[in-house]
Design a protein around this ligand. Structure first.
Ligand code: SAH
Ligand code: SF4
Ligand code: F3S
Length: 472
C-alpha cells in the first residue's frame, strides 16, 4: 500500500527532473498474466488522460490481455479518472456503483481506478472505507508499474493501492496503442507549476517536467513514417515548455523543429496566455503546417478575479495578446475556457468576462461553474455567490458564446476548406467526418477511400457546433 498525500503532492523542489529510458519493464512471469482475458479502459477528463489510456492499453496488451468491445464483456475494467470538477467525481462514483453490481454476478472481474482522482487523498480514503472490493488503485506517476501492481492484487486477491505523491520523472519507454491511425497525441511536458488557485492539476500531476526535444522529434518522425497526418503536442501549459530544462530551448524552438519534420498538421494544447511569447507567434505564422487554431483559456475577464485565481495576466494584456495573434493569423480560430461563479464574483466582474467575449467573439468556449477542489486555495475562499446566480450567469454566458460560434461558422458557408477525414460520421453513417485546419467539425459527403487523407471540402450548411460539406 502506498497512499496519496496532499502535503507531499504540493511540494516543489529544485531537484533535477530525471529522464528514465528503461523504467518500463515487463518480466517473463508477467507477459502471459492476461492470456485469455479481456480489458476495457474507460477514460474521463482531458487529452492527457486520453493519451495515458493509450499507454495503459498497450501495457495491458504486453501482458496478453485483449481489448473487449464493451465494459460488460471485460474481465478487467479500468476507470481512468478526472478530478477537475465535482461532476467528474460524481460520474466516476456513479460508474463504480454500476460496476459493483457487475462484480456481484462476476466475482473474478478485476476493477481498477487510476488517473487524477486516484492521486487525491480524499478519494482514496473513501475507496478504502467504502469500496474495498476494488482491486487496484494507481496514480498518474506510476502507470508504467501497472504490471507489478496488477500482479500483486491478482495474487493476494486484495485491494492494492499504489499512488505516489511525488514531483515526478519523465519515463520515456512506455508503449502506446493509439486510438487513431491518422492523428496522434504527443506529450511534450507533464505536470504543472502554475498553481492557479482553483485548480487540482498541480497536485494530481506533479511538477512541470519537459521531455527532452530529441525524444519528441523522434516520436513525430516515427509517426510520420507510420502515415500519421496530424500530431497534437500536449501539456497543461505548453508555452512554458523547456523552462525546466537545462538548455536554452523553448516552445518556439520546439514548434519550429517539429514543423520542420514536415508533418502535415501540427497542433498544440493548452496555451497559458502568460507564457505566450512574440517569438512563438512568429513561428506559428511562419509554418503552414502549424494549424491556425489556438486554445487560449481566459477563465475570467475581471482583473480582480484573475488576481484571485493567480492567473498572472490582466484583461488588457490578454486582449493585447489576442489582437497580436489575430494580426499574424487573421484566418485562425481561437477558443477559450471560462469559469463563472469564482468565489466573490460580482455582477460587475461577470460583465467584464462578457465584455471580453464580446470583443474576442470566440469560435467556441468551454464554460464551467467554479467547483471547489479539496486542497486548493480557492476552496477556502469565501464563496457567497448563490448557486442560482451562478447558473444564471452560465446560461447568459453560453447564449453569448453560442451566438459567436454560429457567427464564426457562418463565415465558412460556401468556402472550400481542408478537412482531415477521420472516418464515418457518428450521427449519420452514410457520411464521413473530420476537422478543418481551424478545428471545426465537418460532416462530409464523399468517397470513403479518402479516410485518413486531407481533402478539400466545400461547406454547404453550418450549425453552432458543426458544419456539413461535400468533397470537391
Ligand atoms: N492547463 C489548462 C487548463 C486545464 S483544466 C490551462 O491552464 O488553461 C481545463 C479547464 O477546466 C480550465 O481551463 C478551467 O476553465 C476549468 N477548471 C479547472 N479547475 C476548475 C474548477 N475548480 N472549477 C471549475 N472549472 C475548473
Ligand atoms: Fe491548472 Fe492553471 Fe496549471 Fe492550467 S495552468 S493546469 S488551470 S494550475
Ligand atoms: Fe482531469 Fe487530470 Fe486532465 S484532473 S482535466 S484528467 S489533468
Amino acid at each position: 500500500m502506498q497512499l496519496p498525500n496532499l502535503k507531499e503532492a504540493r511540494v516543489r523542489t529544485k531537484k533535477e527532473v530525471v529522464t528514465k529510458t528503461n523504467d518500463y519493464i515487463i518480466s517473463h512471469d508477467l507477459v502471459e498474466i492476461g492470456k485469455g482475458k479481456t480489458y476495457f479502459v474507460k477514460t474521463y477528463g482531458c487529452q492527457m488522460n486520453e493519451h495515458d489510456s493509450e499507454n495503459i492499453k498497450a501495457i495491458l496488451e504486453d501482458m496478453s490481455f485483449t481489448e473487449a468491445p464493451s465494459m460488460e464483456e471485460a474481465d478487467l475494467i479500468l476507470l481512468n479518472t478526472c478530478a477537475i470538477r465535482e461532476n467528474a467525481h460524481n460520474k466516476v462514483f456513479g460508474m463504480i456503483g454500476r460496476i459493483k453490481h457487475m462484480k456481484e454476478t462476476k466475482p473474478d472481474l478485476i476493477v481498477g481506478i487510476c488517473g487524477c482522482m486516484a492521486q487525491e487523498e480524499v478519494v482514496v480514503d473513501e475507496i478504502l472505507e467504502k469500496y474495498k472490493w476494488i482491486d487496484i488503485v494507481f496514480g498518474t506517476h506510476n502507470i508504467h508499474k501497472l504490471p507489478s501492481i496488477l500482479k500483486t492484487s491478482m495474487e493476494t486477491k486484495k485491494l492494492n493501492v499504489d499512488v505516489l505523491s511525488i514531483e515526478g520523472d519523465v519515463i520515456e519507454n512506455i508503449p502506446v496503442k493509439r486510438d487513431s491511425k491518422y492523428k496522434a497525441w504527443v506529450n511534450i511536458m507533464y505536470g504543472c507549476d502554475k498553481f492557479c488557485t482553483y485548480c487540482i492539476v498541480p497536485y494530481t500531476r506533479g511538477k512541470q517536467r519537459s521531455r527532452k526535444p530529441h525524444f519528441i522529434i523522434e516520436e513525430v518522425k516515427d509517426l510520420m513514417k507510420q502515415g500519421y497526418q496530424e500530431v497534437t503536442l500536449l501539456g497543461q501549459n505548453v508555452n512554458a515548455y523547456g523552462k525546466d530544462l537545462d538548455m536554452d530551448y523553448g516552445m518556439e524552438n520546439l514548434l519550429e523543429d517539429v514543423a520542420k519534420t514536415g508533418i502535415p498538421r501540427l497542433r498544440f494544447v493548452t496555451s497559458h496566455p502568460w507564457d505566450f511569447t512574440d517569438k512563438m507567434i512568429e513561428v506559428i505564422g511562419k509554418y503552414d503546417n502549424i494549424m491556425p487554431y489556438i486554445h487560449l483559456p481566459l477563465q475570467s475577464g475581471s482583473d480582480r478575479i484573475l488576481k484571485l485565481m493567480g492567473r498572472r495576466y490582466t484583461k488588457e494584456s490578454y486582449l493585447a495578446l489576442f489582437r497580436k495573434l489575430k494580426e499574424v493569423l487573421p484566418y485562425s480560430s481561437i477558443t477559450t475556457d471560462i469559469i463563472v461563479g469564482f468565489p466573490g464574483e460580482t455582477e460587475e466582474d461577470f460583465e467584464e468576462t462578457l465584455d471580453v467575449v464580446n470583443t474576442c467573439k470566440y469560435d467556441s468556449a468551454f464554460t464551467f461553474i467554479f467547483s471547489p477542489r479539496v486542497g486548493t486555495p480557492a476552496a477556502k475562499m469565501k464563496d457567497d455567490v448563490p448557486l442560482e446566480v451562478k447558473n444564471e450567469r452560465l446560461h447568459r454566458l453560453n447564449e453569448l458564446v453560442n451566438q459567436y460560434s454560429k457567427e464564426a461558422n457562418d463565415t465558412y458557408l460556401g468556402k472550400v476548406v481542408p478537412v482531415l477525414i477521420e472516418g464515418y460520421s457518428e450521427n449519420d453513417p452514410s457520411k464521413l467526418m473530420g476537422y478543418t485546419d481551424t478545428m471545426k467539425l465537418v460532416n462530409v459527403e464523399g468517397n470513403p477511400a479518402m479516410i485518413g487523407k486531407i481533402v478539400d471540402v466545400e461547406i454547404t450548411d453550418v450549425k453552432t457546433w458543426s458544419m456539413n460539406g461535400k468533397m470537391k
